[in-house]
Design a protein around this ligand. Sequence first.
Ligand code: MG
Length: 381
Amino acid sequence: MTAMELASYAMDVRRTRGRRYPEAQHPYRNDYARDRDRVIHSRAFRRLEAKTQVFTMRFSDHFRNRLTHTLEVAQIARTVAGALRINTDLAEALALVHDIGHPPFGHAGERRLDARMREHGEHFDHNLHALRIVEQFEQRYLDFPGLNLTFEVREGIVKHSRDYVAAEFPALSEYLLGERPPLEAQIIDLVDEVAYNTADLDDAFEARVLDFDQLRTEVPVFAAAYDGVDRRHSEGLRKLKFNEALKRILDRLVTDLIENTRRQVEASGVETVEDVRRQEKRLVGFTSDVAGECASLKRFLMSRVYSDPAIVEDRERSVAALDDLFSFFQDHPERMPKHYADLAQREPRHRIVCDYIAGMTDHFLLRQCREFLDASPPKPR
Ligand code: MG
């Protein structure tokens, strides 16, 4: 999309606050397109392939992992950004980078790392970890550390899913914490939600951890979608009708997000990105009806899928392995690779151990456990 076709409140790449280390313009890729490409070529992005989304490998290897989830988020983000006439390159870059700071074993792994850091009066937060990855840990270029991303991509990494208070996070003060992020960043958390609320049901159905009748009873938006499909294709295979129902739900959520955001943007009277930034509240959102439907999907996933005994068992064993490895490296920092072992002599040890573990894939962490602790990782059934 050329700049001419962008809405006036879209982030125009020509008005970027730029990179930390100035670089010459590329002849045919704009700065946000380059940022998107840099994310795709990073190691942390490739490692998403071996990080759990919900289902570990023992269920099957055609379920989503964090990389394929990320690609689905990017696809929806592009669609939403295009329909709103905001910057699709920026939205895509933000979608592709949104989970890059996730440690092994999803949110359970994040909570455990955070608990270990709190013992030392610190935190672990995947958004802030993502920022450190793109600023420091990725080493690919001769001229600068990290990926040298534009300000708006770094800002979106920090602010896409929550607001941070400057008093509590002084290190983030450059990211305009008192202001809302551009719309391209505001859409990310919601399209993330659309992506996993539908995809996790799909995977749960395939993994046979989902009770179809329970889903119909407890989630009216599913019942309505499925019944609509069933009326037209009563002879069809249940699996295909289920897929079609999920597709309709996804479409319903995305359409509502686009139309309601358009209405809210219009009602607010914003004309520029600076206007968007100065708003009291974020302008991207579902109508309250559809927000309620999302909440019911999420409630069902929480109470019926994420709490399935097989998933819980995997999760607990994985998190225990992470915990043991954290303790082991705390006691034996010299057993980490030389780079981290050296750092641990100069900087707080728990911080270096946390960074090292957070970067691991699930497999690698379990292998390390086997190697150092002789603990058997979860076995496939
Ligand atoms: Mg995500």
